[in-house]
Every structure is written in structure tokens, then in C-alpha cells.
Ligand binder design. Structure first.
Ligand code: PLP
Length: 419
């Protein structure tokens, strides 16, 4: 029997997990002779057939470089590419499609802000606030620039349950704060951060907020205007799309005032040896060189798939999977969940007494279950909690309650083997 959950706000078809699984050919495969149970969705999500088809369709029918082309193929490719920009605008509720800049992913989107806005605005004595929950991609780019310029990075601490310490955040904000860079949802613990409230507080001090939405965009409605985000980033491959493409949203006035960070074709208005170079308007100013055309078009298809299912329904379903898994693992002797904040997305991170996370990951793979083990690119967070690795199961729209049960059964077997 399919499990059904009805989307409360935008009612589409009832949420039928068994039906939507059929959109994902990879879910039919076996691993080590066992049906694949894919619970590594926070690292990358699987891709529906409609997204996979974009690649053969694009390369067999209208492969051409975009913009400036005067032939039919170039027109078709440009229209499909720019169509995704409009879809992303709707997806994020941006004011204007020109505020959507295509990047290689969240990492590149953050680096763009660091290298363009950061270089232009930050000076010695300034402060950038990041949080203890950050992925390395929202730590290291700031450290690289700070080493050159000499501004200070301050870290918002977390409480014992993995929620951000909002009192400490308030106390850290000051006239010196130029920018707050936080994730919307933590990839390591699943904590959902109160980004709207954080944005309002940052703005009271005249600071900007950059939100890393890599783990939020696949699971919940993102409304950049309601949040009042200055910058918002996400990756295609975590939202049922391909690798190699992501998005940076920025407020229009900010993007217009920022200098380009990479030079080359596509991003110029005119180039002259004598008079120098003038730059294209946004978004092209930030899109130097030939972009990942097929990937961008495929991202549009992925968002179409998400829209057809309903992001609210997806989030509600994953919440059910998380609750079910959390209850079940809580009965396992010696297992400790890291990250028990009241507001969580579908991420379950845990360690087990007497069992190394890596051993659990390797052995459970033999039973067909894919989870992630390691530091999840969040070494400072894990070090704060006194561990160097956790096991992490993370859920997507196509996971089932039966899969969670199989995962728990497999986990119990593996723990029995390693202890
Ligand atoms: N931020 C968060 C919260 C993430 O989970 C990830 C990837 O795991 C990233 C940033 C980096 O994303 P990408 O590797 O797609 O650039």
C-alpha cells in the first residue's frame, strides 16, 4: 500500500511515494545483491528520468552556445537556459530573474560573494559572523579572504541540541558586523535556523546576510523576499538536478554595485585595448565563459519535478520519515543522536558507543544501505561535540517508511557485528 500524505496548502495529487519512486530509475538497482536503500540525500539527491532525458535531448537536438547566436539552435538553447532562470526566480520568489546568477553550486556562489562583495567592502577591523553549524564552503572562503585583508571572523555558538544560540548571536552583532553568513539548514545535524529573524537582526546593525540554502531548497519553501535575504545560494544536485550547477540570488542593488569576480566572454559590454573593458548588466556580469548549458536546463526540469510533487508535501513526508527513524534509533543501546533541535529537516546524525562510524558505513553498504559517515565537511561542529565522525542518514521525497525499517534492522545487525 502506498503511504499517502496530503499537501496542506497547495493540494496537487495526493503524495504517493510508490508512484513517484518510479520517476527515479536508479532506485530499481541492487547493491551487493540487495535492493538499494539510498539515505545519502544530503550529499546528493537522485535524479528523475525527466531530468536525465534533458541531456540526450539537448545534445541530440539543440546543442549550441547560448546568447549572441543568430541561428535556430542557439535561439532554442538560449530560450531553454533563460527559461530556467525564470523558473528559479519563481522557486525563490525573487523580484526579478536578473537576480538569479548561475554558478557551479553553492560553493561557487559563496565564493562569488566573498571575492566580489567581500573584496570590495571588507577592511581590517570589520567583522563577519558565521556559525558553528557551517559547512566548510561557508567557512574557508571567508578565512582565505580574511588572511589577505585582516577582517575578523566571529562564530555564533550552538546549544547542546544543535540549535543556534540566538542570545549569543544578538550579543555578537555590533556596528563592526558587515555580514552574517549562515546556513538555512545544517547538513551535519539538520537544524533549521531562524534565518528570517536573523536577517532582521543583522539589518538592524546595517549588516547584510548571506544564506547558504543548500540543504533548505530541497525540503521547504524558500521565499527570499519574506526572509529579506541579501544573498541566497543553493546547489542543483541536492534538489533532484544535476551536478555542476547552482544558483546565487542577490538583491538587485547589491549585485549591480558589485564588481565582476571572473573575466572573460559573456560578461562584457565592450572590450578595447585602449579604452579598457565595460561590463554587461546583471546577471551576465557574473557569468563569465560558456556556462553548463545542459545542466542549467536540467535544473529547470528538476524544479519542475519538485513543483509537480509540491515542496510542502515533500517536506512533510520527510518529516514523517525523520520522526519514524528518530524513534526507532532512540531504542538502540549506546546510540547518541547529534542534533536534536526542535526545528529539523530530514537529517539523522548519530554515533554509537564502541562502533566506529566508518565501520558502520562500510558494513551497512554490504546490506544495500547507503548512508554517509565522516565529518560531513563540518569539522569545527563535530570537534565542538567531541567527535570526529558521525553516521548520517538523510531523507528525500522518494524514501519510504519500509526503507527506514530496513535501515534500522540493518543498523542493528551491523552494530552487533562490530561491538
Ligand atoms: N552548504 C551546505 C549546507 C552543504 O550541505 C553543502 C554540500 O554538502 C554545500 C554547502 C556545498 O555544496 P556544493 O558542494 O554543491 O557546492
Amino acid at each position: 500500500m502506498p503511504h499517502t500524505v496530503t499537501e496542506p496548502t497547495r493540494v496537487k495529487a495526493p503524495f504517493d511515494v510508490m508512484r513517484l519512486r518510479q520517476d527515479f530509475p536508479i532506485l530499481a538497482r541492487e547493491v551487493h545483491g540487495k535492493p538499494l536503500i539510498y539515505l545519502d540525500n544530503a550529499a546528493t539527491s537522485q535524479t528523475p528520468q525527466s531530468v536525465i532525458d534533458v541531456f540526450s535531448d539537448y545534445y541530440s537536438r539543440y546543442n549550441a552556445n547560448i546568447h549572441r547566436g543568430l541561428h535556430t539552435l542557439a535561439d532554442e538553447a538560449t530560450a531553454a537556459f533563460e527559461g530556467t532562470r525564470h523558473r528559479v526566480k519563481e522557486f525563490l520568489n525573487a523580484e526579478d530573474a536578473r537576480q538569479v546568477i548561475f554558478t557551479r553550486g553553492t560553493t561557487e556562489a559563496i565564493n562569488l560573494v566573498v571575492q566580489s562583495w567581500g573584496r570590495q567592502h571588507l577592511a581590517s577591523g570589520d567583522e563577519v559572523l558565521i556559525s558553528m553549524l557551517e559547512h566548510h564552503s561557508n567557512i574557508v572562503p571567508w578565512q582565505l579572504l580574511a588572511a589577505e585583508i585582516g577582517f575578523t571572523i566571529k562564530v555564533i555558538p550552538v546549544e547542546a541540541n544543535g540549535a543556534l544560540d540566538m542570545a549569543a548571536y544578538r550579543a555578537l552583532l555590533s556596528e563592526r558586523t558587515q555580514l552574517v553568513a549562515v546556513n538555512h539548514v545544517s547538513n551535519a545535524f539538520g537544524t533549521i535556523n531562524p534565518v528570517q529573524e536573523m536577517a532582521a537582526l543583522a539589518h538592524q546593525y546595517g549588516a547584510l546576510i548571506l544564506i547558504d540554502g543548500a540543504q533548505a531548497a530541497p525540503h521547504q519553501v524558500v521565499d527570499v523576499q519574506a526572509i529579506d535575504a541579501d544573498f541566497y545560494a543553493f546547489s542543483g544536485h541536492k534538489v533532484y538536478g544535476p551536478t555542476g550547477v547552482g544558483v546565487l540570488y542577490g538583491k538587485q542593488a547589491l549585485l549591480e554595485a558589485m564588481p565582476p569576480w571572473q573575466g572573460g566572454g559573456e560578461m562584457i559590454q565592450s572590450v578595447s585595448f585602449d579604452a579598457g573593458t565595460t561590463f554587461a548588466a546583471i546577471p551576465h556580469k557574473f557569468e563569465a565563459g560558456t556556462p553548463a548549458i545542459a545542466e542549467v536546463i536540467a535544473l529547470g526540469k528538476a524544479l519542475e519535478w519538485v513543483e509537480s510533487v509540491g515542496i510542502t508535501a515533500i517536506g512533510a513526508w520527510e518529516g514523517r520519515l525523520l520522526d519514524h527513524a528518530t524513534q526507532a534509533v532512540s531504542c538502540i543501546d549506546g546510540l547518541r543522536i547529534l542534533g536534536t533541535a526542535p526545528q529539523k529537516a530530514g537529517v539523522l546524525s548519530f554515533v554509537v558507543d564502541g562502533a566506529h562510524s566508518q565501520d558502520i558505513g562500510l558494513l551497512i553498504d554490504q546490506l544495500g544501505v547507503a548512508i554517509r559517515t565522516g565529518h560531513h565537511c563540518a569539522q569545527p561542529l563535530l570537534a565542538h561535540f567531541g567527535v570526529d565522525a558521525t553516521c548520517r542518514a538523510s531523507f528525500a521525497a522518494y524514501n519510504t517508511l519500509e526503507e527506514v525499517d530496513h535501515f534500522i534492522e540493518a543498523l542493528n545487525r551491523v552494530i552487533g557485528m562490530v561491538r
